[in-house]
Design a protein around this ligand. Structure first.
Ligand SMILES: NC(=O)c1ccc[n+]([C@@H]2O[C@H](COP(=O)([O-])OP(=O)(O)OC[C@H]3O[C@@H](n4cnc5c(N)ncnc54)[C@H](OP(=O)(O)O)[C@@H]3O)[C@@H](O)[C@H]2O)c1
Length: 222
C-alpha cells in the first residue's frame, strides 16, 4: 500500500513520512516542487540514518496523488483549497486523509484559536470539494509534528479518526497504529471532525503554557 503525502515537505508531512517509512511502509513525499520533495527525502534519510530507502520516493503533489493508494493532506488551512484543486483530477476514489486543523494563525491571527468554516470542518470541506473522487477520513490533526519527528520515542497521543465510511476508517486506524505509541479511536461520522479539529488549538495553547512542543490527547477506558 503506497501512502502519498501531499505537502509532505512540511513539519507534519515529514513527521508522518518518517514514522511510516520506519514502519516499512511505501511512502511518496509530495510537493509543489519536485526538488523540494527530493530535499525532504534526503533529510529523512539523514534522520533515519540510511541512504538506502527504496520505500521512500519524491514526487510532485499531482504524481503523488496519482500513485498513492492512501492520500494524506498535510498543508496549512490557507493552502487547503488550492492544493485540493491541483490534485482533484488525479484522484480516483482513494481514501483521502485530511490532517488539516483550521487555525486562526493561518490567517494572520492566533494559533491558539480555531477558525469556523462554512462546511463545518476542514475534513468536510475536503469531502465536499472532492466528491466521488475520494473517501475522506479525518485523522492525525491532534498529533504534533514534534513528537512524530522524534523518531526514537513513542508518540504519546491517540489518533482520533472520523469518517462516514467505516471500512475506510478501519484502514486509517490500522495505518495510524504503525506509529509507535499511537492508539486509534474511531469517533464516528466525518462531522465529528468539527470537534476533533478544535482540540488542536487547545493543544497548542497547552504547549505554550507548559513550554513543551508535544502535548497530546489520550482517551481512557476504551
Ligand atoms: N505541525 C504540527 O505540529 C501539526 C500538528 C497537527 C496538525 N497539523 C496540520 O497539518 C497541516 C500541515 O502543517 P505543517 O505544520 O506541516 O504546515 P507547513 O509546514 O506550514 O506546510 C506544509 C506544506 O504545505 C505546503 N504549503 C505551504 N503553504 C502553501 C501554499 N500557500 N500553497 C500550497 N502549498 C503550501 C508546503 O509544501 P510544498 O512547498 O513542498 O508544496 C509546505 O511544506 C496543517 O493543516 C496543520 O494544521 C500540523
Amino acid at each position: 500500500m503506497k501512502i502519498a503525502i501531499i505537502g509532505g515537505t512540511g513539519d507534519q508531512g515529514l513527521g508522518l513520512a518518517l514514522r511510516f517509512v520506519k514502519a516499512g511502509e511505501d511512502v511518496i513525499v509530495g510537493s509543489r516542487d519536485i526538488k523540494k520533495a527530493e530535499t525532504a527525502v534526503d533529510l529523512m534519510k539523514d534522520i533515519l540514518g540510511s541512504e538506502d530507502l527504496p520505500n521512500l520516493t519524491a514526487m510532485t503533489n499531482q504524481d503523488a496523488a496519482s500513485n498513492g493508494d492512501i492520500i494524506i493532506l498535510t498543508v496549512p488551512l490557507q493552502a487547503q483549497m488550492v492544493t485540493l484543486k491541483s490534485i482533484k483530477d488525479n484522484l480516483k476514489g482513494e481514501i483521502f486523509v485530511d490532517a488539516t486543523s483550521p487555525l486562526e494563525g493561518c490567517l494572520g491571527g492566533k494559533p491558539t484559536r480555531y477558525v469556523d468554516l462554512w462546511e463545518g470542518s476542514a475534513a468536510e470541506r475536503s469531502a465536499e470539494f472532492l466528491g466521488d473522487n475520494a473517501v475522506v477520513v479525518s485523522a492525525f490533526c491532534n498529533i504534533s509534528a514534534s513528537s512524530l519527528t522524534t523518531v526514537d520515542e513513542d508518540v504519546e497521543c491517540d489518533c482520533l479518526v472520523s469518517g462516514d465510511d467505516h471500512e475506510a476508517n478501519l484502514i486509517v486506524m490500522e495505518l495510524a497504529e504503525k506509529i509507535s505509541g499511537v492508539k486509534s479511536i474511531e469517533c464516528g461520522a466525518l462531522e465529528n471532525a468539527r470537534i476533533v479539529e478544535k482540540l488542536t488549538p487547545l493543544l497548542i495553547n497547552l504547549n505554550i503554557r507548559n513550554k513543551v512542543k508535544n502535548a497530546g490527547i489520550r482517551i481512557s477506558n476504551i
